[in-house]
Design a protein around this ligand. Structure first.
Ligand code: THU
Length: 160
């Protein structure tokens, strides 16, 4: 038997001006994506923006439905749109932001487990790390790769 401890690393910024130009632009795109949120049930708006390896940014926002499981989170809306419209182009980073009553949340909106699993697979098929930026009106967190927010992913591509 072995006892193993995992460590994760992330960066914390206190404002958007501390980010590099690409990350700032991606966070701004996530904020803009909030306009496309359809969340009449939870009234919680989420915006996400994915940067592809060729520099393209694809955005998405949460889409709800009266039959609640039929809705979709912002992150998956953005990633599925990205892989649909730019198949095979690796995803390098994703920015996520939440808002309520037209105000960006003071604390981070952290992606749900299902979205993390989808990020992990796109990172894997992209063959490069995908960074995850959690943007808020307060602090901003940056994780260098999806593994830092989801270790031990379900990996059905193993050995491919
Ligand atoms: N939501 C997202 O879009 N992303 C997340 O990471 C967490 C939750 C959405 C789903 C639903 O429309 C609303 O937030 C409230 O749960």
């Amino acid at each position: 038997m072995k006892n193993i401890t995992l460590e994760i690393h992330y960066e914390e910024f206190s404002g958007i001006e501390e980010l590099d130009r690409d990350d700032r632009e991606l966070c701004e795109a996530a904020v803009k994506a909030l306009d496309g949120s359809y969340a009449p049930y939870s009234r919680f708006n989420v915006g996400a923006a994915v940067r592809l390896a060729d520099g393209t940014i694809v955005s998405g926002a949460n889409q709800e439905n009266a039959a609640s499981p039929s809705g979709l989170c912002a992150e998956r809306t953005a990633m599925f749109a990205a892989n649909f419209s730019h198949p095979g182009v690796p995803m390098c980073s994703i920015a996520i932001v939440g808002a309520q009553n037209g105000e960006i949340c003071r604390d981070i909106t952290s992606p749900c487990g299902a979205c993390r699993q989808v990020m992990a697979e796109y990172q894997q098929i992209g063959g490069r790390d995908m960074s995850v930026l959690l943007y808020s009106g307060g602090r901003i967190l940056k994780f260098g790769r999806v593994d830092d927010i989801l270790p031990f992913i379900f990996d059905n591509l193993q050995g491919d």
